[in-house]
Design a protein around this ligand. Structure first.
Ligand code: SF4
Length: 469
């Protein structure tokens, strides 16, 4: 049994990150373990988790399991969890309870959790104490060891717990079962070293470590050869790409190299304002296939709170960057993340946040009430903003965010925009504009997977409606 260790997860040293290309092995004994059996994977949280689930599914299918989208029919259930907020935790423990009931009628079911909650000491201790009906706990660093852990859990009928808490390495050649035939997630880096005081990610995802450019470019080229229309370059803080490599090669260089593969659409998430370079802005403006959409989390508009959060920029620096992006990238849409009710946040601090929203007029914002994560510095701060005030502020903030989201969407009425129609809907197709606006089109499915010119005929706060030109 290897349990997570928070102190180990906090460590960062100068050891060179290893890039491992042949770690994923599946031996013959294990290949047929899943024959005639079904698996169900439920994913919580961010795009990184969604992409990890694509790896997990491919590994399970290498073991001859077949996917079902209904937990009750499954022989193997995995929850790929998120640790970012308390409500994500609660949802997962609720699901673990449901699995217990299911196992009472189907005792041979194998069930487990993985992802960021599995990297938390407190969670694994609770599982070992109260949720002994689970068979498997593994983390974000050892997905490739799933075949061994699963076969041990099946043969030994004992819970297998294996969570690595070190800095992590870069693993290449892990199989992937992509959810879409038109859009693909492409990891460019893992982990984060920013240690924002409220964030659990540096402890659950390890040290900031970049994939080698050639591995990323090869992956994108392979997707181009399979006629993929869009890639999203993934990382917790993509702007820091390459800083850990002994190469003079930055995110701006990577974006340019990916643009030259001629993939029709390129996106990237998530950015940290601190590492957003002028070179990146110039490259985004230069290439038509790099989408004019930037997700730029600000978190708070108050310099005092930004300091307490450890965000390393001031609102003035953020606005300078925001203006550069708006001035240099035509039609760019900008979205953000905002936390209200951070410890010691005053009405004035909150007003500073509202002032930023009035200035930036964001296309969309993900807004949250502060949620203390065990082990982070902010969890040791006195959580002295009342729940009433937190709710009040979130309400006020969302009112302004909704107002500008609609205002920005109204600019599209009557306009013709390019939309990648990648999702089937009841009587039509849906997809996103280059600026990440969700669009529904009343049409038959012949255009599925294509980028089409769409004239916008109707506007809502969070979505648009249109017809194919
Ligand atoms: S940059 Fe993002 S992922 Fe990294 S610690 Fe800060 S909030 Fe978390």
């Amino acid at each position: 049994m290897l349990k997570p260790n928070l102190n180990e997860a906090k460590q960062r040293n100068r050891e060179k990150i290893l890039v491992k290309t042949n770690e994923y092995i599946i031996n013959d004994q294990i290949k047929d373990i899943g024959l005639g059996k079904k698996y169900f994977v439920k994913t919580y949280g961010c795009q990184m988790n969604e992409h990890d689930t694509e790896n997990i599914k491919a590994i399970l299918e290498d073991m001859s399991y077949e996917e079902v989208d209904n937990m009750e029919e499954a022989d193997l259930i995995l929850l790929n969890t998120c640790a970012i907020r308390e409500n994500a935790h609660n949802k997962v423990f609720g699901m673990i309870g449901r699995i217990k009931t299911l196992k009472e009628s189907k005792p041979d079911i194998i069930a487990g959790i993985c992802g960021c909650m599995a990297q938390e000491e407190k969670v694994v201790d609770e599982i070992l104490k109260k949720y002994r009906h689970l068979d498997l706990v593994f983390g974000t660093h050892n997905i490739i060891n799933l075949p061994n852990l699963l076969s041990k859990a099946i043969t030994s009928k004992e819970m297998q717990v294996e969570v690595l808490s070190g800095q992590g390495s870069v693993l290449e050649n892990i199989p992937v079962k992509r959810d879409s035939k038109y859009k693909a997630w492409v990891n460019i880096m893992y982990g984060c070293d920013k240690f924002c005081t409220y964030c659990i990610v540096p402890y659950t995802r390890g040290k900031q470590r970049s994939r080698l450019p050639e591995h990323i470019i090869d992956e994108v080229k392979e997707l181009v050869s399979k006629n993929y229309q869009e890639v999203t370059l993934l990382g917790q803080n993509v702007n820091a790409y390459g800083k850990d490599l002994d190469l003079e090669y930055t995110m701006a260089n990577l974006l340019e190299s990916v643009a030259k593969t001629n993939i029709p659409r390129i996106r990237f998430v998530t950015s940290h304002p601190w590492d957003f370079s002028d070179e990146m802005i110039d490259i985004i403006a230069k290439y038509d296939n790099i989408m004019p959409y930037i997700h730029l989390p600000i978190q708070s508009g108050s310099n005092r709170i930004l300091k307490l959060m450890g965000r390393r920029y001031t609102k003035e620096e953020y606005l300078t960057l925001f203006d550069k992006i708006k001035n240099k990238i035509p039609n760019v849409s900008v979205t953000t993340d905002i936390i209200v009710g951070f410890p010691n946040e005053t009405e004035q601090d909150f007003q500073d946040t509202l002032d930023i929203v009035e200035y930036c007029k964001y296309d969309l914002a993900y807004t949250f009430i502060f949620s203390a994560r065990e082990g982070t510095p902010a969890a040791k701060m006195e959580d002295n903003v009342s729940l009433e005030d937190k709710k009040q502020r979130l309400y006020k903030l969302n009112e302004r965010i909704n107002y500008y989201a609609k205002e920005n969407n109204l600019k599209y009425l009557g306009k013709t925009v390019k939309v990648l129609l990648d999702k089937k809907e009841k009587n039509g197709l849906s997809g996103y504009t280059e600026t990440m606006k969700s669009v529904y089109v009343d049409t038959d499915h012949q255009y599925l997977g294509q980028i089409k010119e769409v004239e916008i005929t109707d506007v809502r706060t969070w979505s648009l409606k249109g017809k194919i030109k």
